[in-house]
Design a protein around this ligand. Sequence first.
Ligand code: GUN
Length: 293
Amino acid sequence: MELLDGKQLSQTIKEELKAETAALVAQGHRPPHLVAILIGDNPASQTYIRNKVKACNFVGYRSTELLYDTSIKENFLLRKLRSLNADPEVDGILVQLPLPKHISPTKVIETIAPEKDVDGFNPINVGRMAKNLPAPLPATPAGILEMIRRYGLETKGKEIVVVGNSNIVGSPVSILLARDNEPGNGTVTTCHIHTRDLAFHTRRADILVVATGVVHLVTADMVQEGAVVIDVGINRIEDASRKTGYRLVGDVDFAAVAPKCSYITPVPGGVGPMTIAMLLKNNMQLYRAHLGI
Ligand code: GUN
């Protein structure tokens, strides 16, 4: 069993982006600029935004964090997004999800200009992705693809089972791994909460991707010997022995499943750090397209 070390790989990618940014700045260009918007005080979202800003600083990007109270009006946010769309100093925009109930995520996502949509969530970009056209890819799915690519894992012709059909992870991962691309060309099954016999499907998987947010949903009996297991879950469970009072576990029972795998992602240190690295990579691509360099 080999670990898919997202922590190390994401560090490599960030070092590459840092060097690329330094070279651009040395040529007289301004650094790439990401605007990250957080509404409310969801602790997990606060952590994600903080880590995104920290990563921007590391690679030398300019970042702007906009923090708003839960009570802000939807219209206020949409107006702010339109002004960021029009701002020539801004390359990438993201609004951290989930949003408070009175703000429509669909409206927010559709208001971010496709050419500044660093999350790749705008339906124009989702459509381009589905049609195998160049587009910013949602960061977590892009991170999974990048791991597969850099570890040299074959997807062509493989039985790939994705557990989860969310817009952020499960659905785009299924599309990407089935596309006629590299990686891609897998035989993809998407399972979800309504799947009748989950284990029947997961046991057939050469590559199993799990993105449900259910602690230890996948147990050893559900995994084929030699499978590649990619665990997207980041779940907080109580742990009195930790200073924070919690620790992070995935959707896969790592201790029991890992011995059966050819490759598996740890949690934390697997897919999580890759997400941020790919977000930065997307921002670099949007920046280059924006400035035509
Ligand atoms: N919430 C959970 N994952 C994501 C993500 O990748 N982007 C944004 N904007 N919100 C999220």
